[in-house]
Design a protein around this ligand. Sequence first.
Ligand SMILES: [Fe+2]
Length: 288
Amino acid sequence: MRLRSVELEVPDRATAARFFVGTWGLLDAGERNGTSYLRGTEDLPYVISLTQAATPGVSAVTFSGTRPEILKIRKRAAASGARLGAIRDFDEPGGATGFSVEGPEGHVFRFVTDKRRAKKLRPDRDRPLQVTHVVLNARDREACTRFAVEVLGFKLSDRTGFMNFVRCDRVHHAIAYAKGDNSLLNHIAFEMTDIDAVMRGIGRLKDAGFETFWGPGRHGPGNNVFAYFVAPFGAAIEYTAEVERVASSYKVGKPEDWTWPAKRTDHWGVSERAHPHGSDFAFRPLSG
Ligand SMILES: [Fe+2]
């Protein structure tokens, strides 16, 4: 199982697509039925879809796996009583078949099997490889984590005072739940080739008028380098690199295992607390 894409809805699709391609470094993967598809250089058909809507929203966070993998999740989801969509074909790059399921706070996850694998492109320091994690705000992060582990079959990697990190493959986390008073999208992280690519990204974004609101720095859980920005359509997005790959023997960290230098919020002691930013990106109720 692997995190594949995030399906976004935005009030100005053309501007969002222009930013993602012209500034952020994604590649145009085509347009279908009024939705724009954008890809990275890894072998995934796309990593972000953009559909025009009256208000910002997320229709799903999508994972791809084999048919037996996704059917196993479906069986557990049905048994748990979670809201579950029908199995169907999706008209999108990759030609996916799968279904959506709603978590306890309305976060929608889609599990698909891609018919066609996309061609892996030459890695490029100025382009993301793929989406590597999505952070979701949660009122009850323990209940959400239980759902991810018991129903979706993810593994808990770490807990801090604010976040629970879960994984679906060797990448330290695909989803993290952040303590909050809402269930909105917190941010989407794009994996870059290396730390230089993250730093070059900071420069490119600065030239385009976007300063980091947190970072650069190095996280605790996942040990990844980070830089966060607010995209012109209002979502928080992250360039990251060197995300830890873990083995099944990885020991689950507790809040007391994660401390930072005084007055800092990263391992290097470079970054102070993130400037607060709101998120308008609510999950749409599951639709079939
Ligand atoms: Fe992140």
